[in-house]
Write a protein that binds this ligand. Sequence first.
Ligand code: FE
Length: 181
Amino acid sequence: MDCIDEILLLFETRGSAAYLGEPLSQREHALQAAHLAEVDGASDALVAASLLHDIGHLFGPDQDDPAERGIDAIHEETGYAWLAKHFGPEVSEPVRLHVIAKRYLCAVDPGYRQILSPASIRSLELQGGPLTLEEIQRFEANPFHQGAVRLRRWDDSAKIPNLQVPAAKHYTAKLRRVLAR
Ligand code: FE
């Protein structure tokens, strides 16, 4: 079993878990994010990153919402650590940065906060709130920050119950193309 099989299996076995405080499953959320990226003409790497951005949630021991207990599960670091073993930074970095991208958008885009779901606003405070000026500059210096911001916007839109989108298998060829050699 290679890492692509592992990803498909993970979505199959753990993907039905609720997407923390949102009206859809982890799998539905991931597939919607990937679909939005693809429709938007994103690169293979960024489509892969969108599909896999919350994979850290699927590794957890339980599937309750840590934010409800006042805990930040740091799922982006768990996901990044696993992805970095199999994919290059063009996939793993936007995943690592997708939470800080939310804090970035809260700081630089006045309308952004209004589109966040209640669960996302609740986790924002645990994640550190909007970035400071110095943090904004550091974030913008990262060559992958624009990809992370695009991913973040698809992430925020990928919360529609019962939307019909392609299944995980649809992305197999793309995932294989961006695997690190
Ligand atoms: Fe997400």
